[in-house]
Ligand binder design. Structure first.
Ligand code: PEP
Ligand code: MG
Length: 745
């Protein structure tokens, strides 16, 4: 415990500083002087000031001594998030002898704060209104006293009034942007939901929109010659994109630009445009007319596959127009643009990513699971606006999309852009946190870390972050992106590439999981309740020929690897038995055909339905492994669709029923010696993780980009403490009790 300090002179010196402030014009210098003085006086390693952006409910780091200075203005916490966010939300000081052991603690990557143990956060308030927080941290434990808390509270009171005055003075002098982020023009910020994290800056363009606010102005120019040049340039660009895509994403996306190229080279299509020009139309008018005519024809088709092509034709039209407008070859892609789309199919997403768009804003009101998952794998920042809201965004608007915090900034200031650039840097640093092999709890218990893989690119990230194998390969992605069923040979090619590049260790291929919200773009058999319909294994068992082809491709690709095949959406033991019999039958066929294949793959099930939890012991007896699919399990257990904003708050992975289900599955596995893992997102949630380790789970499969963070969280958990905590949580009847107990840990 630190010696008692006399804090009176500190309070004085801050009030003196406040008094002096009016002669200064720079709030940053002032706050820096404050944090320096507090840190020196309390002999703390860190002192930081956060100010609340009320419009966004976010605390932004505004000055620090001790943390990385680059984090100022970029690091932020939501109100209620972490110890600091909680202190401000609940308007009470929080003092922790070992802050990084508190479950509320939120490690902020890139700030270098991981080494600090003592933690004291004091809210800055004015009456009941929240202004921000002062936080001090120290490497040693238990450095701050109740006396220090009171001193910081006095300083916070002093600062509150100064900050208010400062804002007014700043506005009067009009020297710079208003001081408190809370008062920034909220109209410029559009709240949104994050689907795939990242930061995107660029001009808005509607998907398939013509993207030409300004028409070409070459009145006297030979319109036909201009059109032909645009045609050639478009052809070259598409060829180049096609080649690049083939290299980068061959596993899923080989024919994405196929329709574009076919149409472009179709002489009727371009011929009609030339006719129009010869009849006196300007080139861009001719292009628009023919594109509109084709779109109309295609949309009237009774064949859903034909109807789907309208998007490709629109897209091609917009590309031609862009090339007509500008003679400069800008690659003809979406660099510098943020795509605004109402709805998006996986193939659109891959195309947009291949064209180097900076980010995506979806206005459809909810991102489906596979769009979210795919966007993350493609590393394209994606957000979605609430239903019926397009944020009043128009083509050409400049936006900065913060897909970490869920805010779209329209017309971002240069200062904001600079801040975003720094934030990008910080996140890059975070991604370089590596590790090898299992994670270890603080008391040395090993936890296996496997990667979830959606596309080949994830396999590379999995290796970089030291994953011990692939715990879930979502085989539906090549199907969804192509909107079709690849043949056995095509699948073999895809799975082989995954197998060849995957880290040593388990390689879990999951069979097709379509249905629910993972639908083909225009399903021929639409269902009233797709989540309760022909989904996952049900689809495979209803289409045995497709299932057999997939199993053959998996068995062939897994030769020489620790191949495991897993079935999704299993509701009954019978389903597993039938699925297993198909695997055995395919092995027999391949044997008879003398085709090389894996002879003894392990076979397992996803536990993602309440019925499967109930039958966990039965599954543990007949399967080789089980994996908890918490994404679906939470949804089906609580009957909550996470993409439905009206009930999303009810989606609670720490709901007592969910915790008890997790425990039953882990227990069943242990009793019958059947390995259990978790591959849903809850496995990466620090609070759930503590519980899962407490009930004895020792294997987690997660998005590879999340693995470094999970490693860090596990290192902070003591398995013995977790084992003591778990029964307490299991005895609780309400989510609130669980959350409160976790907060006290
Ligand atoms: C799950 O449901 O938790 C899971 C991992 O599967 P998916 O997200 O692909 O449905
Ligand atoms: Mg699932």
């Amino acid at each position: 415990m630190a010696e008692r300090r006399d804090n009176i002179d500190l309070v004085w010196s801050i009030s003196e500083l406040s008094g002096l402030f009016e002669r200064r014009t720079n709030i940053d210098d002032f706050l820096q002087a404050v944090v320096d003085r507090i840190a020196e006086h309390l002999e703390s390693d860190v002192c930081s000031v956060y100010l609340l952006d009320e419009a966004e409910g976010r605390l932004v780091l505004r000055a620090t001594r001790g943390l990385d200075p680059g984090s100022v203005g970029t690091v932020s916490l939501m109100l209620g998030e972490g110890i600091t966010g909680t202190a401000v939300k609940e308007l009470r000081p929080i003092r922790e002898a070992r802050g990084n052991r508190n479950p509320l603690y939120k490690f902020i990557p890139g700030t270098n704060e991981e080494r600090y143990q003592s933690f004291l956060a004091v809210p800055i308030r004015r009456g009941l209104s929240r202004i921000g927080a002062i936080v001090v941290q120290h490497q040693k434990q238990d450095q701050f006293t109740a006396h220090d808390t009171r001193a910081l509270q006095a300083i916070a009171g002093q600062l509150a009034s100064t900050l208010e005055n400062v804002e007014m003075i700043m506005e009067l002098h009009n020297r710079r942007a208003p001081l408190l982020p809370a008062r920034r023009g909220a109209a410029e910020q559009i709240p949104c939901q994050c689907a795939a994290e990242g930061i995107a800056v660029g001009r808005v363009v509607h998907l398939g929109g013509v993207d030409d606010v300004v028409e070409p102005d070459h009145d006297d120019e030979d319109q036909e010659a201009a059109f032909r040049r645009a045609l050639e340039r478009t052809d070259r660009q598409l060829e180049a994109l096609h080649r690049e895509l083939d290299e980068r994403l061959a596993d899923i996306a080989s024919l994405i630009f196929g329709t574009h190229l076919l149409m472009l080279r179709d002489e009727e299509f371009s011929g009609l445009m030339v006719d129009g020009i010869r009849n006196g139309s300007r080139a861009h008018v001719a292009v628009r007319t023919i594109v509109d005519r084709y779109v109309e024809m295609l949309s009237a088709s009774t064949n859903p596959r034909t109807r789907e092509k309208t998007q490709d034709v629109r897209d091609l039209g917009s590309r031609l127009l862009r090339n007509l407008r500008s003679e400069q070859d800008d690659g003809g892609d979406l660099r510098g643009r943020v795509v605004l789309a109402h709805e998006l199919f996986p193939s659109d997403l891959v195309r947009i990513a291949a064209e180097h768009a900076e980010g995506i804003i979806l206005t459809g009101g909810g991102a489906t699971a596979h769009i979210t998952i795919l966007a993350r794998s493609l590393e394209i920042p994606t957000v979605f606006l609430r239903a019926h809201d397009d944020g009043n965004l128009s083509d050409g608007d400049m936006v900065a999309v913060d897909a970490y915090e869920g805010v779209i900034h329209r017309d971002p200031s240069p200062a904001l852009l600079e801040r975003f650039e720094r934030a990008r840097e910080l996140h890059r640093i975070d991604e370089t946190v590596r590790g090898e092999g299992p994670a270890f709890t603080r008391d040395g218990v090993a936890v296996e870390l496997l990667a979830n893989v959606n596309i080949l690119h994830d396999v590379e990230v999995a290796s970089r972050v030291g994953a011990a194998g692939i715990g879930l390969y979502r085989s539906e992605f090549p199907f969804l992106v192509r909107n079709d069923f690849p043949s056995e040979i095509e699948q073999l090619g895809i799975y082989r590439r995954i197998a060849e590049r995957a880290p040593e260790g388990p390689l879990v291929f999951r069979t097709l999981d379509i249905g629910g919200d993972k639908l083909f773009s225009e399903s021929e058999h639409s269902e009233a309740n797709p989540f309760l319909g022909l989904r996952g294994i049900r689809f495979s068992l209803a289409h045995r020929d497709l299932f057999d082809e997939q199993l053959r491709a998996m068995l062939r690709a897994g030769v020489g690897r620790d191949l495991r095949i897993m079935f999704p959406m299993i509701a009954s033991v019978e389903e597993f038995i039938v699925a297993r019999s198909r695997v055995l039958a395919m092995q027999k066929d391949l044997e008879a055909e003398r085709i090389d294949h894996h002879r003894s793959p392990l076979l397992g099930v996803m536990i993602e339905l309440p019925s499967a939890v109930e039958l966990a012991s039965d599954f543990a007896r007949v399967t080789d492994f089980m994996s908890i699919g918490s994404n679906d399990l939470v949804m089906y257990l609580l009957a909550v669709d996470r993409a439905n904003e009206r009930v999303e708050a009810l989606y609670q992975p720490v709901h007592p029923a969910v915790l008890r289900s997790f425990k039953r599955v882990v227990n069943a596995g242990r009793e019958h010696d059947c390995p259990v893992s978790i591959c849903g997102e809850a496995g990466g949630d620090p609070q759930v993780l503590r519980f899962l380790i407490g009930v004895g789970l020792r294997s987690i499969s997660a998005d590879p980009a999340r693995i470094p963070g999970i490693r860090t969280t596990i290192a902070q958990i003591d398995s013995r403490d977790a084992a003591r905590l778990a029964p307490e949580l299991l005895a609780m009847s309400t989510t609130d009790d669980v959350l409160q107990r976790l907060r006290r840990t």
